[in-house]
Design a protein around this ligand. Structure first.
Ligand code: RFL
Ligand code: PHB
Length: 389
């Protein structure tokens, strides 16, 4: 087989890139290790920045998102029995949209199916080759047979554990990492959200987040030690714990019900540099991870795609390598700012077992400062709605 761009990974970054390339007449094949239903079973991000919304529109896959997505003009921080609203729209002129990653991925998969572009699911042992030269190729196995796809470029959109970053180990790859000493226990339930906007809570028992997917579906999280096992958390124990961490009036009005998904995700900050190795690019989670506190993971995948697509379009349209040469530096400038913001939101809102009372007092002072300073709120809002591409 031969195509222009092989995309490894059928998550949001691979699907968005594939859609933009197809729209520009650039042939591409997406290969994933698992199948469509498995990918759609993963419950992940929920908040879209204006840049990600714009990308969905540009692709032509934004119709359902605009119909069902919920525009949010602000969110609240809860701490020391107080609640303070960060008025995103008022402070920045911009809102964010609550629309689940699952739904966005489904829209992109349906769009791809309709376009007739090729996707290979359930591919084993996917491996990029010869990307240092002019003739890269990707091999994979299916039904015991090894297949080869020759291409011009390989886009590594294969997440944190995928083969693309593994393939560039020892080729000048630098990594920067911070692992946090806790995880998020998340519950999805068909109950109305406790509040019309998101609430991020800093509490002595640990962080809590009230998010949502629709007017009838809630997504809630609590900070838990990394040693906790999801099987040990009954639904009742979860509801009791999250209510303890929220302001009294919020806790009292919370509607509870059976969970339809429950999982624990560890928190990590991670950046790989550079994001280009010859004709192989790292995109999205393959190149970087943020802790979910800033709601940036999926949005960074979208901005990477924006920069890489611009480079590839320039390469095929104008025969210029300038865009692909600039991809890594352009993407990393935005990535590091989102890393900084996600790290600072994480440090501000969680309990750190080893930081003691001093750490806690500093958090309280920062939250008090935020609540009283419009410039501080504006800085938080500007980062939350997403920095420009
Ligand atoms: P994805 O979504 O991980 O997709 C990568 C795709 O690559 C495939 N793949 C392979 N394919 C072929 N061969 C292999 N060997 C392969 N190995 C992997 C996978 O099957 C998959 O389909 O990466 P992408 O597209 O870059 O998108 C990034 C986002 O998914 C990610 O940033 C966010 O979901 C991060 N994230 C969250 N972000 C938020 O903004 N808010 C959240 O609440 C939030 N929760 C989460 C998250 C990420 C999680 N992970 C990674 C475990 C919760 C979790 C649990
Ligand atoms: C979510 O709805 O899953 C969500 C929202 C905001 C975050 C993280 C996760 O910061």
């Amino acid at each position: 087989m031969r195509t222009q761009v092989v995309i490894i990974g059928s998550g949001p970054s691979g699907l968005m890139l594939g859609a933009l390339l197809s729209k520009s007449g650039i042939d591409n094949i997406i290969i994933d290790r698992v199948d469509r239903d498995y990918i759609l079973g993963r419950i992940r991000a929920g908040v879209l920045e204006v840049g990600a919304i714009g990308l969905m529109d540009r692709i032509g896959a934004g119709e359902r998102m605009h119909r069902e997505g919920l525009l949010h003009d602000g969110f609240s921080l809860s701490f020391s029995g107080r609640r303070h609203r960060i008025a995103l729209k008022e402070l920045t002129g911009t809102s964010v949209m609550v629309y689940g990653q699952t739904e966005l991925t489904r829209d992109l998969m349906d769009h791809r199916e309709q376009s007739g572009a090729k996707t290979i699911y359930n591919a084993g042992n996917v491996t990029p080759h010869e990307f240092d030269g002019e003739k890269p190729y990707v091999t994979y196995e299916r039904d015991g047979v090894t297949h080869r796809i020759d291409c011009d470029f390989i886009a590594g959109c294969d997440g944190y554990h995928g083969p693309s970053r593994a393939a560039v180990q020892g080729k000048g790859l630098q990594t920067y990492e911070k692992v946090y000493p806790f995880g998020w226990l998340g519950v999805l339930a068909d109950v109305p959200p406790v509040h019309h906007e998101l609430i991020y809570a800093n509490h002595a028992r640990g962080f809590a987040l009230c998010s949502q997917r629709s007017p009838t579906r809630s997504r809630y999280y609590v900070q838990v030690p990394l040693t906790d096992k999801v099987e040990e958390w009954s639904d009742d124990a979860f509801w009791d714990e999250i209510r303890r961490r929220l302001p009294e009036d919020v806790a009292q009005s919370m509607v509870t019900g059976p969970s339809i998904e429950k999982s624990i995700a560890p928190l990590r900050s991670f950046v790989a540099e550079p994001l280009r190795f010859g004709r192989l690019f790292l995109v999205g989670d393959a190149g970087h991870i943020v802790p979910p506190t800033g709601a940036k993971g999926l949005n960074l995948a979208a901005s990477d795609v924006h920069y890489l697509f611009a480079g590839l379009e320039e390469f095929y349209g104008e025969k210029s390598k300038a865009g692909i040469d600039a991809y890594s530096a352009r993407a990393l400038r935005r990535i590091w700012k989102a890393e900084r913001f996600s790290w600072s939101m994480t440090m501000l809102m969680h309990r750190f077992p080893d930081d003691g009372e001093f750490g806690q007092k500093v958090q309280e002072a920062e939250l008090d400062y935020l609540a009283s300073s419009v410039p501080a709120q504006t800085a938080m809002a500007e980062n939350y709605v997403g920095l420009p591409y």
